[in-house]
Design a protein around this ligand. Sequence first.
Ligand code: SF4
Length: 367
Amino acid sequence: MSGLYIHVPFCESKCPYCAFASAPKRPGDEEKFLRAIEREISARRAGFDSLEGFETLYVGGGTPSVISVPAWRHVIEIIASSIKLARRAEVTVEANPGSLTDGHLELWRAWRVTRVSVGAQSFDDGELRFLGRVHDSAQAADAIESCLSAGFETSVDLMFGLPGQKLRDWAKTLKRALLPAPGHLSIYQLAIEDGVPFARKNLVLPDGYEQYRYAQWRLARAGYGQYEIASFARVRRESRHNLNYWDDGDYVGIGPSAWSNMDGRRSKNAPLLDVYSDMICSSGSAVVYEERLDPGPAARQAAVLALRTRRGIDWRSFADKHGKVFSDEVKKKLEKFPANLVVTDAKSTALTQAGFRVANKVWEDII
Ligand code: SF4
């Protein structure tokens, strides 16, 4: 299985905790972006990167709904004319409540979009203001309702672990998110990387353990299975695109800052739109970083990715891909964790729900 990712580098405004490659659009940026991704796609085709048979397409960012509807028509033309998606491909677009319009939904519905992932983050207006989000809770609820009424599989992103956030605040956000019964929820703990505006504020973040544990309990009660450390879905509503990523599958990334992973070679495009565009226009490639991991680190990294998921590591395919030596090495490290954290059957090893809560410790041990 292989997936295609397209990174949209625009947002309405920059959230103070965000380290993703995105910025508000300047005049001319949209055209520059469209020209550059069109060129990158044709350069990759000419360079024999296979752009056929993708089983998933994920348009993320940034905020893809910040692209205007006419520009989105152009994006669709570019994709439709040069990329072959599999017949039943999963096509996901990320959207934010402040910029998603009925026009976007109509266009996506008429094309091949199957899932919309809505960045709601919270249903508490004070928390949304603290996070620097440009939408309020009513807009978040409207956006989710609109996606569901338009017939999309709908995912909702939420954030926990905010300074001062009480368990009851988080419980209210979860309750509100569940009201329209979306098929999928992703929950992320607020983390602050160096260089973002929040990093200068000396914020004290809670460890988030209780909120995470509460979400596991609450979402299970509401009929959502936890199929990955941050992802919960109703039956057959899992994100196939993300599962391919955690399975260490192949994917091609187009656009500024996009990563690709093909046949064990990982590469990253230039993160800034201007640099990306200049590189693409002059040489057809914007790759600024490339690596092929040695067998040991590649095996350990694949193990950590697989352990993010409920299905965990399938030992036969792991040994086929990475060799028995590294398979045995990882297995031995996992054996020392108690059965309430790590569960092993005849074929595989996976983290339990309690194991997900301390996953960082398990990963540290493997790496
Ligand atoms: S909307 Fe998302 S991608 Fe854009 S700045 Fe905020 S967190 Fe980052």
